[in-house]
Design a protein around this ligand. Sequence first.
Ligand SMILES: *Cc1c(COP(=O)(O)O)cnc(C)c1O
Length: 346
Amino acid sequence: MITGAKHAIAFSSGTAALHGAAAAASFGPGDQVLVPAVTFVASANCALYVGAEPRLVDIDPVTRNIDGERAAAIAEEDPRVKGAVAVSFAGLPVDLTPLREARGGELILIEDASHALGGTRNGQKVGGPGGADMTVFSLHPVKAMTTGEGGIVTTEDDALADRLRTFRTHGVVRDAATGAGGPWEYDMRSLGYNYRVTDFQAALGLSQLTRLDGWIESRDAIAERYRELLDGDTRIELPPRAEPGSLHGNHIFAIRITGGATVRLAVFEALQEAGIGLQVHYIPIYRFSYYRERFGLTPEEFPESERYYSGALTLPLFPALTEPDIERVVRELDLALAGAGEPDPR
Ligand SMILES: *Cc1c(COP(=O)(O)O)cnc(C)c1O
């Protein structure tokens, strides 16, 4: 296993893997789980699947990952907080230290590393020893490698691994007598699901694995090229680099348009017009009506997430992107910014 983890349990999707991790962590009714406000909804939904409450935390303006100090402070003052789903946004390995040290180390930490497969943190593989209690990867087609649909949970903990495997297969275990009196015996001791992967997916995953390192290298080179070409342009803010000794997964290259929402909209439309594939990662979770209405959340509670989101723009980044492609994106971006009008007053 490329992460060096003791256990790697495959699931039918990253979302199923997150559900399994939340269940294995024993999160449940009355518990709160800290989740960054800017991530894909599945990072937070997994807490709801097991009856717990995702407690959204503002992001750090530099790393764009969960604000670790703020998250630790919430955990210190609120005993309902049982753990966290810390996301390595864009592929930048999240700093787990503040959460690990909070409340005497009793929080259960899940890293959503769907963007960070192939990355390293302080010289250690994301998902390997020294990371969160459980690390979740998505193998959806847009991710660094794919199994069509799929996910993985890695862990060093034998008991968590057992729970994850049982949860994946209906809660059924074969190791114990049930009194049924025969070799066909199996027991169901907890509620599980059918979240297994197929042999076809596993075969595709094995062939993809042989190419992963090369793809991560290409992604890193493309991100570096964008940085070189865009460096010094005050109309945008570049995404943070990984710390020395760490390797960024470079799942996405998300810049921030410093002029704000009006400029971002104009730039988005102009680039779309020029045929460049763009996205915005992500609409913050508190903006979705389900979360807003259910938990009474307001954007004012998340100033850094709002600030980031108002200018967020994801440029194309995939291993097949060529040097002329990159130069064209940068040229069109420059033109779009020049034609986008005045920055929002702040
Ligand atoms: C892709 C993704 C997921 C969900 O994975 P699926 O395999 O699509 O279910 C969860 N969290 C993050 C951060 C993701 O990017």
